[in-house]
Design a protein around this ligand. Structure first.
Ligand SMILES: NC(=O)c1ccc[n+]([C@@H]2O[C@H](COP(=O)([O-])OP(=O)(O)OC[C@H]3O[C@@H](n4cnc5c(N)ncnc54)[C@H](O)[C@@H]3O)[C@@H](O)[C@H]2O)c1
Length: 262
């Protein structure tokens, strides 16, 4: 059955953008959601939206780069719901990326990107792993991006961080399967260009970098000639969280209108 009903699902970075859509739709489909977000204002807004529409959720203020903070979020999850069915490692630096040649990326920008996007996912995975192993079952979905396959220019630190997420998911899949008799699966979800505030801002910034946005924007490079939406990602995510994907692990599922098939 492709359902998330009654599943306890942690969504990091659920305060805005795609993460907020994941949290809201999963809750409306019957999941018990943990909104794990660094921004308390937006995190609370997501929680309120879920509660207003009758869903179940808690908000756990979380900085994914800080292992102690992540452990507190896991404790809050177990206090509230007593188990963890899935972790969606969605938090990342995407909003506000300043596109530029890789020779001009500063060390601070590089380190921050890796700290949030890569170390953050590792921190959350290692914090939930003992509980998943105890349960003998669980799902980790690491949000990568189709840019990892496209090798998109002008934000190489972000591209590299998402390539790391794909590789990390494979290694994590092997180790956690070994520890759980195959009960824990780990997959990467790789969205393409998705409509929303963050991608509009990046698109505008890219147009100022001569020759790199390409005629027609990201849609021109896709097989399906329309912008993806956060809702386009919810079905594949639901599948990866559900028991229907129990035999699928270490994979990278692209949901990008075909943009990475070049
Ligand atoms: N938007 C796209 O087109 C697109 C495409 C491919 C992949 N993605 C990926 O999808 C995910 C969501 O993208 P988005 O567009 O909603 O991004 P976004 O930048 O709008 O949202 C990211 C969220 O993560 C939170 N966050 C940042 N640092 C954090 C930290 N240290 N601890 C906890 N939370 C933190 C932010 O506050 C924000 O709520 C990201 O992993 C992104 O890389 C997005």
């Amino acid at each position: 059955m492709i359902t998330v009903k009654n599943k306890v699902v942690i969504v990091t970075g659920a305060g805005q953008g795609i993460g907020r859509t994941y949290a809201k739709v999963l809750a409306s489909d019957g999941a018990k959601v943990v909104v794990a977000e660094i921004n308390e204002t937006t995190g609370m807004q997501t929680l309120e939206a879920i509660k207003t529409s009758g869903g179940q959720a808690i908000f756990a203020p979380t900085d994914v780069t800080d292992f102690k903070s992540v452990q507190q979020m896991v404790t809050a999850t177990l206090d509230a719901y007593e188990r963890i069915d899935a972790l969606v490692n969605n938090a990342a630096i995407y909003y506000g990326i300043d596109p530029k040649p890789f020779t001009q990326i500063t060390e601070d920008e590089w380190d921050r990107m890796m700290n949030v996007n890569v170390k953050g996912a590792w921190n959350c995975a290692r914090a939930v792993a003992p509980q998943l192993v105890k349960q003998g079952k669980g799902k980790i979905i690491n949000v990568a991006s189709s840019v990892a396959f496209e090798g998109k220019a002008m934000f190489m630190h972000y591209v590299a961080s998402k390539g790391a997420i794909v590789s990390m998911s494979r290694a994590m899949a092997r180790e956690l399967a070994e520890m759980s008799g195959g009960g824990i699966t780990v997959n990467a979800l790789c969205p393409g260009a998705i409509s929303g505030e963050a991608s509009v801002k990046l698109g505008q910034a890219m147009r100022n970098v001569k020759g790199f946005e390409g005629k027609g924007g990201p849609v021109a490079g896709q097989i399906i000639k329309r912008r993806g939406t956060p809702e386009d990602l919810v079905g594949p995510l639901t599948y990866l969280i559900s028991d229907a994907s129990d035999f699928m692990t270490g994979s990278a599922l692209t949901v990008d209108g075909g943009s990475s098939l070049h």
